[in-house]
Write a protein that binds this ligand. Structure first.
Ligand code: ADP
Ligand code: GN1
Ligand code: MG
Length: 356
């Protein structure tokens, strides 16, 4: 079935305004298939939800409904689900799952940011999100992808894929597997902190990639944090590390030029200043200690995930070129190495900012 056919046979179940004038693929997400729909009256985002990644779409959309209501009640601009004529949050033809959002207008979505004032605003936005989500009852939120950020489990999954080598790709990634094998001991620190209760479970975004933030095109403020699919209980350290990982990686997540994968201390400081302005008094001692290290941990976790997917034949992340997931794993490894090189400096900046 072509994408066009999938759209035309599903979209009229949704309660949108106007007549459709244009449909085109949109954005650079790695998980869902996203389309921009233009009608004579409004613009919409239409998505084919990746049901391989999100096994229980009913619960996924239930989470989103709860979270968006909570955020709107706390004064945030957030995603607005367009319902079907049956009053549901999604439509399924039994094989595929579709949903529609209103398009958040007058915004810009970046793949890379170099302007430090925007970086600081991004830190403030994720700090605000953590503060707002702290009043949402965690029991209401379903763990949509089990162990999504459990780095030791991601490591074990990679080792299983290495053992199975089901696509015969192991020879092409021996060096990467060897490097990741040596990181086994350093990657458990957040999970150990959660287990011994020095790191609290909070409700977090879990995918704070920079293209999941929409900035107001007029004044540069953060208008809306999007991609709420993975909002679930977790550690704020994974969000902190992942946002910086994404800011440092920028547009180079699948670049072959590994020299571009560098820690930028100014970006680190600006993001931390923004985040700390909202969350400093809530962070535990252990959370503060692990802020710089969280970037290394999430980079290794993502390298394990990309490499696992490469070894399994690219079943999870969208790919568009040869060895795409292997290239992605390499960029995360290069970044992880640079975080370790710069750890002392990052620790100094952290102390300075948090003591202010
Ligand atoms: P994925 O899970 O595949 O990353 P996203 O939900 O992040 O999918 O959507 C992909 C892209 O579509 C985003 O990076 C953003 O550019 C755009 N997008 C998604 N939702 C909206 C929205 N409601 N308004 C404007 N742009 C959006
Ligand atoms: C995916 O969906 P997207 O493109 O915003 C992934 C993240 C990864 C990211 C790497 C649900 O994010 O965990 O960090 O790719 N999302 C999911 O680019 O797996
Ligand atoms: Mg996204």
């Amino acid at each position: 079935m072509t994408l066009n056919h999938l759209i035309t046979t599903s979209i009229f179940f949704f309660r949108f305004n106007g007549k459709i004038t244009n449909v085109k693929e949109y954005g650079n997400g790695h998980i869902n298939k996203t389309f921009l729909i233009e009608t004579t009256e409004n613009r919409y985002i239409y998505q084919i939800i990746n049901s391989y990644a999100f096994g229980d779409v009913e619960m996924l959309m239930r989470n989103i409904n709860i979270v968006t209501k909570h955020l709107a009640n706390h004064g945030s601009t957030t995603l607005e689900v367009v319902k079907t004529f049956d009053g549901a949050n999604y439509y399924s033809d039994k094989l595929h799952y579709f949903r529609m959002y209103t398009f958040v207008e007058d915004t810009v979505c970046y793949e890379e940011i170099n302007d430090l004032s925007l970086v600081k605003k991004t830190g403030e936005a994720f700090g605000d999100l953590h503060v707002k989500l702290s009043t949402l009852d965690p029991k209401l939120i379903f763990e949509i992808i089990k162990d999504f950020h459990n780095t030791p489990i991601r490591y074990k999954n990679l080792m299983k894929a290495v053992k199975e080598n089901s696509f015969g790709r192991l020879d092409s990634c021996k060096e990467e597997v060897e490097y990741l094998t040596k990181q086994k001991d350093g990657i458990s620190q957040i999970i150990k902190g959660i287990e011994n209760k020095t790191i609290p479970m909070r409700i977090t975004h879990n995918d704070p990639k920079i293209n999941n933030v929409l900035f107001d095109k007029n004044d540069g403020s953060v208008k809306c944090v999007i991609d709420l699919d993975t909002i679930m209980p977790g550690s704020c350290l994974y969000d902190f590390g992942d946002a910086l990982r994404s800011l440092f990686t920028g547009d180079n997540e699948d670049s072959e030029d590994l020299s571009k994968l560098k820690v930028n201390k100014e970006i680190y400081q600006a993001y931390l200043e923004g985040y700390a302005s909202r969350m400093k008094n809530d962070l535990t001692r252990r959370e503060k200690e692990l802020l710089p290290m969280s970037i290394y941990i999430i980079a290794i976790e993502l390298a394990c995930r990309f490499l696992e997917d490469y070894l399994k034949g690219d079943v999870y992340f969208h790919v568009s070129k040869k060895a795409h997931n292997l290239l992605r794993a390499r960029t995360q490894i290069a970044l992880a190495k640079d975080v370790i090189e710069n750890l002392d400096e990052l620790n100094k900046i952290t102390k300075k900012v948090l003591e202010k």
